[in-house]
Design a protein around this ligand. Structure first.
Ligand SMILES: NC(=O)c1ccc[n+]([C@@H]2O[C@H](COP(=O)([O-])OP(=O)(O)OC[C@H]3O[C@@H](n4cnc5c(N)ncnc54)[C@H](O)[C@@H]3O)[C@@H](O)[C@H]2O)c1
Length: 355
């Protein structure tokens, strides 16, 4: 049995508790949070007996094999490094850190230790997406030449997920002082992983990040200065070009990811809100039926339905137990962090920057 401790018992920790408790080989035995009220609410809900007020106390007193780090972005580095120094396997929420340098420090802490380390790029949980990656990597659509990837949320214009003006969990996401890199760090991190995993490394990038003062400048201790929306143009190592963007102003969408990849022989596309419930379908067109009639010449898309894939939580536990290979790891988290840093640099310089 792999024993897990949850650090940070807010919104996403509920999903971690549910998913880890579902896996027969894992058990959540302890949790900690700086808010006692939040900690008790959470532990009562998930029947967790061991409750601590700091990660230090948890690491000292709880006999855990692994830590899942579900604190806000600003705490990912220190808490993960503490867990690693105490020889705990580590599952960390995204973005891995606040910047590339910190992400590299987290990777360096793992040197010489055989610890499973994962960053929760949740959209890897879509089986349709995993199939899309295989199709692109197999060369079935030829050489990739162009892609579009968008991530749409609407919590700045709708109350679908609650009122951002009243809840701390939204307010820290709008404040650089609280460690947030805005839309770029929150959901841009997902869409850069989503877009580049099938295609490969990004060579250069030109990004435009925007913070709209019209939504207000300050609420309580939160200065609303982190970017709300961004667009970017990218060129990949293999020469393909693309656009990658994300916004919190996408009225009409709660949490939509879209990806279209065009090769010189065919194309693939996928879109969904929820990677597990809806992410098992993708569309594919190519010239596979060459002798008779080309699917792509008729503008026909074939719908491919896939059966479920292991989700990140299952992969983490299975890798600890069976030493099986796993993805996405801290090194991948750092790679994506570098892209985020370069977006900020490009926005400041108002020009293309090389990676
Ligand atoms: N993978 C995904 O799709 C996904 C989705 C949502 C959130 N996230 C990530 O999860 C993280 C948490 O987001 P959230 O929405 O759950 O935030 P949240 O604000 O709801 O919860 C964070 C919790 O951490 C606690 N905390 C803060 N500092 C702490 C510390 N030093 N030690 C222990 N506890 C501490 C807070 O009191 C709070 O209860 C963020 O990094 C976010 O980017 C990822």
């Amino acid at each position: 049995m792999i024993k897990i401790g949850i650090v940070g018992t807010g919104g996403i920790a509920e999903l971690h508790a549910k998913e880890f408790q579902k896996i027969p080989d894992s058990s959540v035995i302890s949790a900690c949070d700086v808010s006692k009220e939040r900690l008790n609410f959470f532990c009562d809900k998930f029947d967790i007996k061991e409750r601590y007020n700091s990660v230090e106390e948890l690491l000292q007193k709880s006999d855990v094999d692994a830590i899942t780090n579900t604190t806000p972005d600003a705490f990912h580095k220190d808490i993960s490094i503490k867990a690693i120094e105490n020889n705990k396997h580590i599952f960390c929420e995204k973005p891995l850190a606040e910047n590339y340098e910190d992400a590299l420090e987290m990777c360096a802490a793992l040197k010489g230790k055989e610890l499973v380390n994962m960053v929760n790029f949740s959209y890897r949980n879509s089986s349709g997406y995993q199939e899309l990656v295989k199709i692109v990597k197999s060369g079935k659509i030829g050489n990739v030449v162009h892609l579009d990837a968008n991530y749409y949320q609407s919590w700045l214009t709708s109350k679908y997920w609650g009122d951002w003006k009243e809840e701390e969990k939204w307010l820290w996401r709008l404040s650089t002082k609280h460690g947030s890199k805005g839309t770029l760090g929150d959901i841009g991190v997902h869409i850069f992983d989503f877009a580049s995993f099938p295609v490969g490394g990004i060579k250069k990038i030109n990004a435009n990040l925007k913070t709209f003062k019209s939504k207000g400048e300050k609420i309580g201790e939160y200065v609303l200065d982190a970017n709300d929306t961004f667009i970017s143009m990218v060129e990949f190592d293999n020469g393909a070009i693309g656009t990658i963007s994300a916004t919190r102003f996408a009225t009409g969408y709660s949490n939509r990811l879209e990806l279209r990849i065009f090769g010189d022989k065919g194309a693939v596309k996928i879109e969904f809100d929820d990677p597990i419930r809806e992410g098992s379908k993708l569309l594919f067109t190519d010239d596979i039926n060459r002798e008779f009639s080309d699917r792509k010449d008729k503008l026909e898309w074939k719908k491919i339905e896939t059966s479920t894939t292991l989700n990140n939580f299952e992969r983490f536990i299975s890798s600890i137990k069976n030493k099986t290979p796993y993805e996405p790891d801290f090194a991948r988290g750092a790679e994506i962090q570098k892209i985020l840093d370069k977006c900020i640099e490009s926005d400041e310089k108002k020009s293309w920057v090389n990676l």
